[in-house]
Design a protein around this ligand. Structure first.
Ligand code: AKB
Length: 338
Protein backbone atom coordinates (compact mmCIF):
# COMPACT_ATOMS: atom_id res chain seq x y z
CA UNK A 1 0.00 0.00 0.00
CA UNK A 2 1.37 3.46 -0.86
CA UNK A 3 2.13 5.87 1.99
CA UNK A 4 -0.57 8.38 2.85
CA UNK A 5 0.45 11.99 2.45
CA UNK A 6 -0.20 14.12 5.50
CA UNK A 7 0.13 17.92 5.60
CA UNK A 8 1.03 19.29 9.04
CA UNK A 9 0.86 23.07 9.45
CA UNK A 10 2.48 24.64 12.51
CA UNK A 11 4.93 21.71 12.46
CA UNK A 12 7.37 23.45 14.82
CA UNK A 13 4.79 23.81 17.58
CA UNK A 14 4.46 21.46 20.54
CA UNK A 15 1.68 19.35 19.04
CA UNK A 16 3.47 19.36 15.67
CA UNK A 17 6.61 17.83 17.18
CA UNK A 18 4.70 15.13 19.03
CA UNK A 19 2.52 14.31 16.04
CA UNK A 20 5.44 14.09 13.59
CA UNK A 21 7.40 11.88 16.03
CA UNK A 22 4.46 9.54 16.31
CA UNK A 23 3.58 9.40 12.60
CA UNK A 24 7.15 8.76 11.56
CA UNK A 25 7.62 6.04 14.19
CA UNK A 26 4.36 4.38 13.22
CA UNK A 27 5.33 4.43 9.54
CA UNK A 28 3.29 4.45 6.36
CA UNK A 29 3.02 8.24 6.07
CA UNK A 30 4.67 10.89 3.93
CA UNK A 31 4.78 13.94 6.12
CA UNK A 32 4.80 17.39 4.53
CA UNK A 33 5.80 19.66 7.41
CA UNK A 34 5.05 23.36 7.08
CA UNK A 35 5.93 26.26 9.36
CA UNK A 36 6.64 29.96 9.14
CA UNK A 37 10.26 29.36 10.18
CA UNK A 38 12.60 26.53 9.11
CA UNK A 39 11.54 23.15 10.47
CA UNK A 40 13.32 22.23 13.72
CA UNK A 41 16.29 19.86 13.57
CA UNK A 42 14.51 17.50 15.97
CA UNK A 43 11.82 16.59 13.42
CA UNK A 44 13.50 17.42 10.09
CA UNK A 45 14.68 13.91 9.28
CA UNK A 46 11.23 12.45 9.98
CA UNK A 47 9.53 14.40 7.19
CA UNK A 48 9.26 13.78 3.47
CA UNK A 49 9.26 17.49 2.65
CA UNK A 50 9.95 20.64 4.64
CA UNK A 51 8.11 23.80 3.72
CA UNK A 52 9.05 27.17 5.19
CA UNK A 53 6.16 29.46 4.43
CA UNK A 54 3.05 31.26 5.50
CA UNK A 55 -0.45 29.74 5.61
CA UNK A 56 -1.61 33.23 4.58
CA UNK A 57 0.11 32.74 1.22
CA UNK A 58 -2.55 31.12 -1.00
CA UNK A 59 -0.10 30.84 -3.90
CA UNK A 60 2.24 28.66 -1.82
CA UNK A 61 -0.65 26.47 -0.66
CA UNK A 62 -1.96 26.07 -4.22
CA UNK A 63 1.51 25.08 -5.43
CA UNK A 64 1.78 22.49 -2.67
CA UNK A 65 -1.63 21.22 -3.62
CA UNK A 66 -0.58 20.68 -7.24
CA UNK A 67 2.51 18.79 -6.12
CA UNK A 68 0.97 16.42 -3.58
CA UNK A 69 -2.19 14.42 -2.93
CA UNK A 70 -3.06 15.01 0.69
CA UNK A 71 -5.01 12.34 2.49
CA UNK A 72 -5.28 14.30 5.75
CA UNK A 73 -4.52 17.85 6.81
CA UNK A 74 -3.56 18.48 10.44
CA UNK A 75 -3.97 22.23 10.66
CA UNK A 76 -2.05 23.07 13.83
CA UNK A 77 -0.72 26.55 13.04
CA UNK A 78 -2.15 29.23 15.36
CA UNK A 79 -1.30 32.16 17.59
CA UNK A 80 -2.17 31.15 21.18
CA UNK A 81 -4.28 33.13 23.61
CA UNK A 82 -1.80 35.50 25.31
CA UNK A 83 0.00 36.36 22.05
CA UNK A 84 -3.35 36.78 20.28
CA UNK A 85 -4.44 39.37 22.89
CA UNK A 86 -1.25 41.31 22.20
CA UNK A 87 -1.59 41.12 18.40
CA UNK A 88 -5.32 40.70 17.78
CA UNK A 89 -5.44 41.59 14.09
CA UNK A 90 -2.49 39.33 13.28
CA UNK A 91 -4.15 36.58 15.35
CA UNK A 92 -7.36 36.97 13.41
CA UNK A 93 -5.49 36.74 10.13
CA UNK A 94 -3.48 33.66 11.11
CA UNK A 95 -6.16 31.84 13.11
CA UNK A 96 -9.14 32.56 10.86
CA UNK A 97 -7.89 33.50 7.37
CA UNK A 98 -5.17 30.85 7.62
CA UNK A 99 -7.79 28.21 8.47
CA UNK A 100 -9.98 29.40 5.59
CA UNK A 101 -7.04 29.03 3.18
CA UNK A 102 -6.42 25.48 4.36
CA UNK A 103 -10.10 24.58 4.06
CA UNK A 104 -10.02 25.85 0.46
CA UNK A 105 -6.99 23.67 -0.22
CA UNK A 106 -8.85 20.69 1.25
CA UNK A 107 -11.74 21.35 -1.17
CA UNK A 108 -9.34 21.64 -4.13
CA UNK A 109 -7.67 18.41 -3.11
CA UNK A 110 -10.98 16.58 -2.77
CA UNK A 111 -11.91 17.65 -6.32
CA UNK A 112 -8.53 16.63 -7.74
CA UNK A 113 -8.52 13.28 -6.00
CA UNK A 114 -12.25 12.58 -6.11
CA UNK A 115 -12.35 11.68 -2.42
CA UNK A 116 -13.07 13.17 1.00
CA UNK A 117 -10.13 14.86 2.65
CA UNK A 118 -9.80 14.63 6.40
CA UNK A 119 -9.24 17.95 8.12
CA UNK A 120 -8.13 17.57 11.74
CA UNK A 121 -8.38 20.74 13.79
CA UNK A 122 -7.12 21.42 17.32
CA UNK A 123 -9.52 23.80 19.02
CA UNK A 124 -9.34 24.81 22.67
CA UNK A 125 -11.11 25.29 25.98
CA UNK A 126 -10.66 28.99 25.12
CA UNK A 127 -13.93 28.77 23.14
CA UNK A 128 -15.70 28.84 26.51
CA UNK A 129 -16.32 32.01 28.47
CA UNK A 130 -17.55 31.76 32.06
CA UNK A 131 -18.82 35.15 33.22
CA UNK A 132 -17.41 34.99 36.78
CA UNK A 133 -15.67 32.71 39.28
CA UNK A 134 -18.85 31.76 41.07
CA UNK A 135 -20.40 30.52 37.81
CA UNK A 136 -17.15 28.74 36.95
CA UNK A 137 -17.17 26.86 40.28
CA UNK A 138 -20.85 25.96 40.00
CA UNK A 139 -20.60 24.91 36.33
CA UNK A 140 -18.10 22.08 36.97
CA UNK A 141 -17.64 19.91 33.88
CA UNK A 142 -19.14 21.75 30.96
CA UNK A 143 -20.52 20.25 27.76
CA UNK A 144 -19.65 21.21 24.19
CA UNK A 145 -22.71 23.43 23.78
CA UNK A 146 -22.46 25.40 27.04
CA UNK A 147 -20.95 28.82 27.80
CA UNK A 148 -19.82 29.49 24.23
CA UNK A 149 -19.06 33.17 24.83
CA UNK A 150 -15.28 33.41 24.51
CA UNK A 151 -13.56 36.45 25.96
CA UNK A 152 -10.35 36.29 23.97
CA UNK A 153 -9.45 36.88 20.33
CA UNK A 154 -7.99 33.36 20.27
CA UNK A 155 -11.18 31.81 21.71
CA UNK A 156 -13.32 33.70 19.21
CA UNK A 157 -11.02 32.63 16.34
CA UNK A 158 -11.16 28.97 17.43
CA UNK A 159 -14.94 28.92 17.85
CA UNK A 160 -15.48 30.59 14.48
CA UNK A 161 -12.98 28.28 12.76
CA UNK A 162 -14.80 25.25 14.19
CA UNK A 163 -17.93 26.63 12.58
CA UNK A 164 -16.13 27.35 9.30
CA UNK A 165 -14.95 23.74 9.23
CA UNK A 166 -18.45 22.47 9.88
CA UNK A 167 -19.77 24.76 7.13
CA UNK A 168 -17.17 23.52 4.63
CA UNK A 169 -18.01 19.93 5.55
CA UNK A 170 -21.80 20.28 5.34
CA UNK A 171 -23.00 23.36 3.49
CA UNK A 172 -20.20 24.68 1.26
CA UNK A 173 -21.53 26.12 -2.03
CA UNK A 174 -24.95 24.80 -1.12
CA UNK A 175 -26.66 26.85 -3.86
CA UNK A 176 -24.62 25.28 -6.68
CA UNK A 177 -26.27 22.74 -8.96
CA UNK A 178 -23.69 20.24 -7.69
CA UNK A 179 -22.83 21.46 -4.20
CA UNK A 180 -19.38 20.60 -2.94
CA UNK A 181 -20.43 19.82 0.59
CA UNK A 182 -19.50 16.43 1.97
CA UNK A 183 -16.05 16.57 0.41
CA UNK A 184 -14.30 17.54 3.61
CA UNK A 185 -14.40 15.39 6.70
CA UNK A 186 -13.83 18.02 9.39
CA UNK A 187 -13.03 16.79 12.91
CA UNK A 188 -11.95 18.90 15.88
CA UNK A 189 -10.85 18.53 19.49
CA UNK A 190 -11.13 21.24 22.14
CA UNK A 191 -7.86 20.73 23.94
CA UNK A 192 -7.29 21.65 27.57
CA UNK A 193 -3.89 23.07 28.60
CA UNK A 194 -1.18 20.70 27.36
CA UNK A 195 1.97 19.75 29.24
CA UNK A 196 4.95 18.32 27.41
CA UNK A 197 8.17 17.18 29.04
CA UNK A 198 10.02 17.74 25.77
CA UNK A 199 9.01 21.25 24.71
CA UNK A 200 7.68 24.51 26.16
CA UNK A 201 4.65 26.31 24.69
CA UNK A 202 4.90 29.88 23.40
CA UNK A 203 2.26 32.56 23.83
CA UNK A 204 -0.45 30.61 25.66
CA UNK A 205 -2.16 31.40 28.96
CA UNK A 206 -2.21 27.83 30.26
CA UNK A 207 1.60 28.05 29.97
CA UNK A 208 1.97 28.54 33.74
CA UNK A 209 1.81 24.77 34.34
CA UNK A 210 4.44 23.65 31.80
CA UNK A 211 6.63 26.65 32.72
CA UNK A 212 6.45 25.67 36.40
CA UNK A 213 7.49 22.12 35.50
CA UNK A 214 10.44 23.07 33.31
CA UNK A 215 11.72 25.83 35.61
CA UNK A 216 11.58 23.51 38.63
CA UNK A 217 13.46 20.81 36.74
CA UNK A 218 16.11 23.40 35.82
CA UNK A 219 16.41 24.50 39.49
CA UNK A 220 15.24 27.99 38.56
CA UNK A 221 12.82 30.19 40.51
CA UNK A 222 9.37 30.54 38.99
CA UNK A 223 6.86 33.33 39.45
CA UNK A 224 3.52 31.82 38.58
CA UNK A 225 1.24 34.41 36.94
CA UNK A 226 -2.02 32.94 38.29
CA UNK A 227 -3.44 32.56 41.81
CA UNK A 228 -2.91 29.37 43.81
CA UNK A 229 -6.58 28.38 43.57
CA UNK A 230 -6.65 28.61 39.75
CA UNK A 231 -8.07 25.47 38.19
CA UNK A 232 -8.43 24.51 34.52
CA UNK A 233 -8.15 21.11 32.80
CA UNK A 234 -4.79 19.81 31.59
CA UNK A 235 -3.45 16.83 29.71
CA UNK A 236 -0.08 15.20 29.11
CA UNK A 237 1.14 15.74 25.53
CA UNK A 238 1.27 12.02 24.56
CA UNK A 239 -2.46 11.79 25.32
CA UNK A 240 -3.16 14.83 23.13
CA UNK A 241 -1.35 13.18 20.20
CA UNK A 242 -3.16 9.89 20.75
CA UNK A 243 -6.47 11.75 20.81
CA UNK A 244 -5.80 13.42 17.43
CA UNK A 245 -4.87 10.09 15.87
CA UNK A 246 -7.83 8.28 17.41
CA UNK A 247 -10.29 10.89 16.22
CA UNK A 248 -8.69 10.84 12.75
CA UNK A 249 -9.12 7.05 12.57
CA UNK A 250 -12.68 6.88 13.96
CA UNK A 251 -15.39 5.68 11.54
CA UNK A 252 -17.40 8.69 10.33
CA UNK A 253 -20.74 7.03 11.14
CA UNK A 254 -19.80 6.86 14.84
CA UNK A 255 -19.23 10.60 15.17
CA UNK A 256 -22.10 12.58 16.64
CA UNK A 257 -20.13 15.85 16.98
CA UNK A 258 -17.86 17.82 14.67
CA UNK A 259 -15.84 18.99 17.67
CA UNK A 260 -15.24 17.16 20.95
CA UNK A 261 -14.15 18.03 24.49
CA UNK A 262 -11.46 15.85 26.02
CA UNK A 263 -10.05 15.96 29.53
CA UNK A 264 -7.57 14.15 31.78
CA UNK A 265 -6.93 15.99 35.11
CA UNK A 266 -7.43 19.42 36.62
CA UNK A 267 -5.24 20.23 39.63
CA UNK A 268 -5.19 23.75 41.06
CA UNK A 269 -1.98 25.71 40.44
CA UNK A 270 -1.09 25.15 44.12
CA UNK A 271 -1.61 21.37 43.85
CA UNK A 272 0.57 21.42 40.78
CA UNK A 273 3.35 23.28 42.62
CA UNK A 274 3.22 20.86 45.56
CA UNK A 275 3.87 17.88 43.31
CA UNK A 276 6.83 19.71 41.79
CA UNK A 277 8.26 20.76 45.15
CA UNK A 278 8.15 17.13 46.24
CA UNK A 279 9.93 15.99 43.08
CA UNK A 280 12.47 18.82 42.93
CA UNK A 281 13.46 19.82 46.45
CA UNK A 282 14.98 23.11 45.38
CA UNK A 283 11.89 24.22 43.40
CA UNK A 284 11.09 27.82 44.34
CA UNK A 285 7.61 28.73 43.11
CA UNK A 286 5.92 32.02 44.01
CA UNK A 287 2.41 33.03 43.05
CA UNK A 288 2.22 36.59 41.73
CA UNK A 289 -1.01 36.86 39.82
CA UNK A 290 -1.06 39.00 36.68
CA UNK A 291 -4.65 40.21 36.78
CA UNK A 292 -4.98 40.40 32.99
CA UNK A 293 -3.84 36.86 32.26
CA UNK A 294 -5.70 35.67 35.37
CA UNK A 295 -8.94 37.07 33.96
CA UNK A 296 -8.48 34.96 30.83
CA UNK A 297 -7.89 31.78 32.83
CA UNK A 298 -10.80 32.59 35.16
CA UNK A 299 -13.09 32.65 32.13
CA UNK A 300 -12.06 29.11 31.14
CA UNK A 301 -13.87 26.14 32.70
CA UNK A 302 -12.61 24.17 35.72
CA UNK A 303 -13.23 21.01 33.74
CA UNK A 304 -15.01 19.76 30.62
CA UNK A 305 -17.41 16.89 30.04
CA UNK A 306 -15.84 14.48 27.56
CA UNK A 307 -18.60 11.84 27.57
CA UNK A 308 -19.22 12.20 23.81
CA UNK A 309 -15.55 11.56 22.91
CA UNK A 310 -15.49 8.58 25.27
CA UNK A 311 -18.57 6.99 23.75
CA UNK A 312 -18.08 7.93 20.05
CA UNK A 313 -14.40 7.14 19.56
CA UNK A 314 -13.34 5.48 22.83
CA UNK A 315 -11.34 8.43 24.10
CA UNK A 316 -9.60 7.62 27.35
CA UNK A 317 -6.48 9.34 28.69
CA UNK A 318 -3.58 7.05 29.50
CA UNK A 319 -2.21 9.54 32.01
CA UNK A 320 -4.05 10.42 35.20
CA UNK A 321 -2.48 13.23 37.27
CA UNK A 322 -0.31 10.81 39.29
CA UNK A 323 0.71 8.76 36.31
CA UNK A 324 1.46 11.83 34.18
CA UNK A 325 3.93 13.10 36.78
CA UNK A 326 5.45 9.83 37.95
CA UNK A 327 5.74 8.01 34.61
CA UNK A 328 6.12 10.78 32.05
CA UNK A 329 6.71 14.39 33.12
CA UNK A 330 9.17 14.08 36.00
CA UNK A 331 11.41 11.29 34.64
CA UNK A 332 11.54 12.89 31.18
CA UNK A 333 12.34 16.45 32.33
CA UNK A 334 14.93 15.11 34.80
CA UNK A 335 16.68 13.41 31.92
CA UNK A 336 16.32 16.45 29.67
CA UNK A 337 18.00 18.85 32.12
CA UNK A 338 20.43 16.47 33.85
C1 AKB B 1 -3.49 28.71 25.42
O1 AKB B 1 -3.21 28.86 26.61
O2 AKB B 1 -3.73 29.66 24.66
C2 AKB B 1 -3.59 27.32 24.87
C3 AKB B 1 -4.98 26.78 24.95
C4 AKB B 1 -5.59 26.47 26.25
O3 AKB B 1 -5.58 26.57 23.94
N1 AKB B 1 -2.70 26.45 25.57
Amino acid sequence: MSAKTILVTGANGEIGHGLIDYLSEYGGFQIIAMDLVPIDEAVKSKCHRLVTGDILDPHLLETLSTEHNFDTIYHLAALLSTRAERQPTLAHRVNVDGTLNLLEIAITQSRLQGKRIKFIYPSSIAVYGLPDLETKKKAGKIKENQYLSPRTMYGINKLYSEQLGTYYANYYRQLDAHPLNGQIDFRGIRFPGLISAATLPKGGTSDFAPEMLHMSAKNKNYECFVREDTRIPFMAMPDAITALLKLQAAPAEKLTHAVYNISAFNPSALEFSKILKEAFNSADIKFISDYRRQAIIDSWPEDVDDTAARSDWSWEPKYSLDKAFSEYLIPTVRKKYS
